[in-house]
Design a protein around this ligand. Structure first.
Ligand code: URP
Ligand code: ZN
Ligand code: ZN
Length: 466
């Protein structure tokens, strides 16, 4: 077993910031010691990595990705191979992706299909949440078996009628089952039935441009669905995790529920913090690059989201990475915004955009790690194996240069998508060296990983329930 010591860096976890040397033996962290201490002197290793002047942080945990997702008449353009490699470049060492139950199909089929896509192809470790598209007696029964296999969370959709949509009765039944078997229900909270009426009306008026995607997916329809999901979860006595929250009004629903002591949690994504309806309204068909659901909101919503991230009404920042190329994929919606495949790339840029938030003073450094590493790991039952640097943790460690300056661009990113939503944006900070389970997979601009290094992570239950 090879041993690595990372010397001289500032170790930042959700709990601490301290100058420390980190000893890795094989795939695990085995010790931390003050530099110059006798303990540190005893850290002998085959490889010494110098982190002087750098941060030493846990690898990022991105709890919401869609590699190769079939959606909107096409497939998300990143495979597990390209998407996890891009994640590694950006300092993320664990993703949780979403197998899909097809309507009329069983959970097992969907899960097996995702295992087959991921196994042997991933650069970093991965887990799965299960998408429930067809809540039946038999799929409810299957939930318990999946929890036993480490697939402990289930996503349902109040949006996308005719595709993934579940009505309130089905959602309630899935929540009741999750409450019984220790699962966590994740919900896409938009009122899809009402949205479809507004889509039809907009198109009938000749409103076909991408910016109308933002208008029809009204903030109040996100808030209404969020409110309904919370009440259903309360009735079921089950915890709730709201995905990709973007609207101030929806956040108010979460905040109110949390004040009441409800086990309601929510994530937001970098696109809602750094992009807005101004991007959706870019001239020509450029706005299609910014079509995702929930949609980007007017810029005023961002202040509320930052506040939510500071006060923990928003507990996690995930990416909802679901890339579609502009050429040939987003273009499917020329002349009809409702045919633009929904989704944005982001798995590679999340850690840096959140560090940029530190630089700009929105959050502190420990909160950066909490939102991007520790809380997603705890929320989805992987902590302390993932999300921190402590004896016994997987050695998923990033040496992060907080002073590196860069310009985000499709010409330099590693995601398999032909545009960057952040083209030209200047950021400070960059993953310099990335270790996944003790192996260096990225080092100063060189990719050293391999497809198949990443393993499936069976997860435990949510570690936040009161
Ligand atoms: O636009 C999005 N979010 N696409 C991915 C599917 C989903 O709803 O998460
Ligand atoms: Zn969604
Ligand atoms: Zn998603």
């Amino acid at each position: 077993m090879s041993r690595t010591v990372i010397r001289g860096g500032t170790v930042i976890t959700a709990a601490d910031e301290l100058l420390a040397d980190v000893l890795i033996d094989g795939e695990q962290v085995v010790g931390l010691a003050l530099p110059g201490s006798s303990l540190s002197g005893s850290f002998t290793a085959d490889t010494v990595l110098d982190a002087t002047g750098k941060y030493v942080i846990p690898g990022g945990v991105d709890a919401h990705t869609h590699m190769e997702m079939p959606f909107g008449g096409t497939f998300a353009s990143d495979t597990f191979e390209t998407g996890t490699r891009a994640a590694a470049w950006g300092g993320t060492t664990t993703i949780i992706d979403f197998p899909i139950q097809t309507v009329g199909g069983c959970l097992r089929e969907g899960l097996d299909a995702w295992h087959a896509k991921a196994e042997g192809n991933c650069a970093i470790d991965y887990g799965f949440h299960m998408i429930l598209s067809d809540v039946t007696d038999s799929s409810l029964k299957e939930m318990e078996a999946l929890v036993g296999e480490g697939v402990t969370s289930f996503k349902l959709f109040m949006a996308y009628p005719g595709v993934f949509y579940s009505d309130d009765g089905r959602i309630l039944r899935a929540m009741q089952k999750a409450g019984d078997v220790g699962g966590l229900i994740m919900i896409h909270t938009e009122n899809g039935i009402a949205i479809d009426v507004l889509v039809e009306q907009a198109l009938a008026r000749g409103h076909t441009d991408p910016r109308y995607h933002g208008d029809v997916r009204h903030a109040l329809l996100e808030a209404e669905a969020t409110h309904r999901a919370i009440q259903l979860a309360r009735v079921a006595g089950a915890p709730l995790y709201v995905v990709h929250l973007s609207a101030t009004e929806a956040l108010a629903e979460i905040a109110h529920a949390r004040e009441l002591g409800v086990n309601a949690f929510a994530e937001t994504c970098p696109q809602y913090l750094f992009l807005s309806t101004d991007d959706l309204a870019r001239p020509g068909f450029e706005g299609a690059k910014y079509v995702c659901s929930t949609p980007l909101r007017p810029v005023e919503h961002q202040a509320a989201l930052w506040r939510g991230l500071r006060n923990d009404d928003l507990s996690v920042v995930s990416t909802d990475h679901c890339p579609f190329c502009f050429k040939g994929q987003k273009e499917m919606g020329i002349g009809d915004f409702s045919k633009i495949p929904n989704g944005l790339p982001g798995v590679e840029t999340r850690m840096d955009l959140l560090h940029q938030a530190v630089v700009e003073g929105h959050i502190g450094r420990r909160r950066w790690i909490e939102l991007a590493c520790a809380t997603p790991a705890r929320m989805f039952g992987m902590y302390p194996r993932k999300g921190t640097i402590a004896p016994g943790s997987d050695a998923d460690v990033v040496i992060y240069d907080p002073a590196a300056r860069r310009t985000l661009s499709a010409t330099t990113h590693h995601m398999a998508v032909d545009y960057s939503p952040y083209e030209g944006k200047e950021t400070v900070g960059r993953a310099e060296t990335v270790l996944s389970r003790g192996r260096v997979i990225v080092d100063r601009g060189e990719y050293l990983g391999s497809a198949g290094h990443g393993r499936f992570v069976p997860r435990g239950t949510c570690q936040y329930l009161r």
